[in-house]
Design a protein around this ligand. Structure first.
Ligand SMILES: [Zn+2]
Length: 382
């Protein structure tokens, strides 16, 4: 159903108020009114709504130079919580997220989902168990956000193509009805980008490129503080840009795709060819491997391949900031300086002196956190 102009304005104002609250933590009606150019009666309506939801409470009276002291409203980040799901090929993470985007509780379930047609049934069951185990009141749960490596349409609650899953056209509506909670689904790199945007808001950073590295590579694109999803929700499938024409064969049907050289899966494979016992990033970055000559060479090639992809994306999007998320962030010290040197090399017409490459402080949790924030999309814009 299309929203009316009034409904859109209301939604916009609520989100503006939430953004001020989140930053300042305590506000008076007058402060909100002045800052957002809204009338006191309008601010009062919104504050009453937030009081009803428990998102703010009347705190102690603020200092005043004389006369009646105004009421102060304080933000309560734990007043509403969301359930966040990170769905990966061989595991599932469930977490409880608050309005600050902090993880309150979490658990991991190892299961193979690559071709699992029972995916919705399993999710319903695991979410019910999680809610029971944490013993949370259903009233405190605002919704569910799900991060998926694939092409998704949140409006239709549809996983269209699981790029590395062998799953297509999975509908999440059953899950929403069964659990009686509003469900949002989103591509995993987009979820990571939402988490970074949420953290970086109000810092004058409005164009962010998030490179999410996992079993594949995805990019979350933030333009002017909004997530760019593309015409058919396919924006940011950066793992499949061509790095080497006629290179390795990819399961997308093309050859030489970026993620065949720079995903976790690819890196593990490259090391396994030399060190057969290696099965994880943790194995790669263990003391006995990092001291070898082969390690230096393989990481050098990986970093250089990474830099080529990042440079290409920078030329297209010209972001303020490039953020890398994923498990690789735990080992950034082996990559960061070379990557910056190669990816941020200034050319004749592209000055990169004010560009930055960051490794996410959320590490491999960015998409899990972003999914939880997505469930609060009535309160925040992205
Ligand atoms: Zn490909």
């Amino acid at each position: 159903m299309k929203k009316t102009y009034q409904e859109k304005e209301k939604e916009k104002n609520l989100k503006l108020i939430m953004s001020v609250l989140k930053k300042k933590r305590k506000v008076t009606k007058l402060e909100l009114s002045k800052k957002l150019n809204l009338s006191i009666p309008t601010v009062t309506k919104f504050i009453n709504k937030l009081l009803n939801l428990g998102i703010v409470f009347e705190a102690e009276l603020s200092e005043s130079s004389g006369g009646r002291r105004p009421l102060v409203f304080e933000f309560v980040p734990d007043s509403l919580l969301s359930i966040s799901i990170k769905l990966e090929l061989n595991y599932l993470q469930i977490a409880l997220i608050n309005l600050d985007g902090n993880i309150i509780k979490r658990k991991t379930i190892n299961k193979n989902f690559i071709e699992n047609k029972d995916i919705i049934k399993i999710l319903i069951q695991e979410i019910k168990i999680f809610i029971f185990e944490i013993g949370i009141l259903k009233e405190k749960l605002y919704g569910i956000g799900i991060s998926i490596p694939g092409i998704v349409s949140d409006n239709e609650l549809l996983l269209k193509v699981g790029t590395n899953f062998k799953l297509r056209d999975i509908n999440f509506e059953v899950l929403q009805n069964e659990l009686n909670l509003r469900v949002h689904i989103e591509n995993e790199a987009n979820c990571a980008a939402i988490a970074e945007l949420f953290k970086n808001k109000n810092k004058n950073i409005s164009n962010i490129l998030v490179i999410s590295i996992g079993t594949g590579i995805g990019a979350g694109i933030i333009i002017d503080n909004r997530l760019y999803r593309g015409q058919e929700y396919r924006a940011g499938e950066a793992g499949h840009i061509t790095l080497y024409p006629h290179g390795n064969k990819c399961n997308c049907g093309n050859e030489g795709c970026w993620e065949l050289y720079c995903s976790d899966t690819a890196l593990i494979k490259q090391f396994k060819n030399v060190f057969p016992d290696i099965n994880s990033l943790k194995d790669i970055f263990s003391n006995k491997i990092t001291c070898t000559k082969e390690f230096q060479e393989l990481i050098k090639t990986f970093t250089s391949n990474m830099a080529i992809g990042i440079r290409d994306l920078m030329l297209i999007f010209d972001p303020n900031k490039i953020i890398i998320s994923g498990d690789i962030c735990n080992y950034s010290k082996y990559i960061k300086s070379d990557l910056e040197l190669l990816a941020l090399k200034t050319t004749n017409f592209y000055d990169t002196s004010n560009k930055k490459i960051e490794f996410s402080s959320y590490k491999s949790d960015a998409n899990l956190i972003g999914a939880g924030i997505l469930a609060f999309s009535d309160f925040f814009s992205f």
